[in-house]
Design a protein around this ligand. Sequence first.
Ligand code: SAH
Length: 240
Amino acid sequence: MISIVGIGPGGYDDMTVRAINAIKNADVVTGYSLYVELVRDLIGNKETFCTEMRGEVERCQKAAEYALSGKNVALISSGDAGVYGMAGLMLKVLEDHPEVKTEVIPGVSACQSGGAVLGAPLVHDFAVISLSDLLTPWTLIEKRLEAAAAADFVIVLYNPGSHKRKDYLYHACTSVLKYKSPDTICGLVKNIGREGEHHSIMTLRELQNTTVDMLTTAFIGNSHTTIINGKMITPRGYHI
Ligand code: SAH
C-alpha cells in the first residue's frame, strides 16, 4: 500500500488528520529530505528513504519496491501531492503494478496557506502557474501567463525563482504587464507555516523588481483586488 501524502506547508497544525494517520501507520516514509525533516516527530524511528531535489523518480521507484515487498509506504510531498507534487509520477511508476493499492491524501497547497496569510486574494477565479522551466518550456509558461492575465484571473506563481533563476519573476511580470496594470495589488509569502514566515503586499511593478527564492509563492491580483486593513482582498461582488 502506498499513501501519497500532502503534508501541507510545513507545520504540524496545518496537516490533515488523514495525513498524520498515514504517516503514523506507515512502515516506511519516503520523501525529499527537507520534508521528511519537517515531519520527523511523527516518523520516530521508522525506516526512511530520502533523496535530494531531482531525486523524484528514484524516490517513487523505491516506494514501489517497498510496497511490492509488502510494506506500507507513506510518500510525502509538501502542500498537496497533486499540485506540482509527487502524486502523478508515483501513479505513473505503478502503471504496470495495478496490484499495489494506492491512496492520494490531499494537503493544504501553498496557494491556500499563502492566500490565508495575505488575507483573501483567491475569492474569485484564479490560475496557478509554475515558473519552473525544468519540465515545461518557457515559451509555454509565457503563453499561459499572458492568457491568464488577459482573462483578468488572479494568478498564483509557484517556483517564482531560485539562485539559478533570479530573473524569472521579472520576465513573468513583463508578460503579465501586457494585460494588467502596473498598480495591480500583489503579495509575496515566504516560508509559509515554517520558521521565518514573512509576507509583503506591493504593486505589480514593485513585484517585477523583487528578488525571490524558491520558498516563496507570489500572488498577482485581478483588476478588483484591493487592500483592506493591510490585507490583500479580491472581492466577490457582494454589495455592502
Ligand atoms: N505541492 C506543493 C507545491 C510544490 S512546488 C504545494 O501544493 O504547495 C514548490 C513551490 O511551492 C515553491 O517554489 C513555492 O512557490 C511553493 N511553496 C511550497 N511550500 C511553500 C511554503 N511553505 N512557503 C512558501 N511557498 C511554498
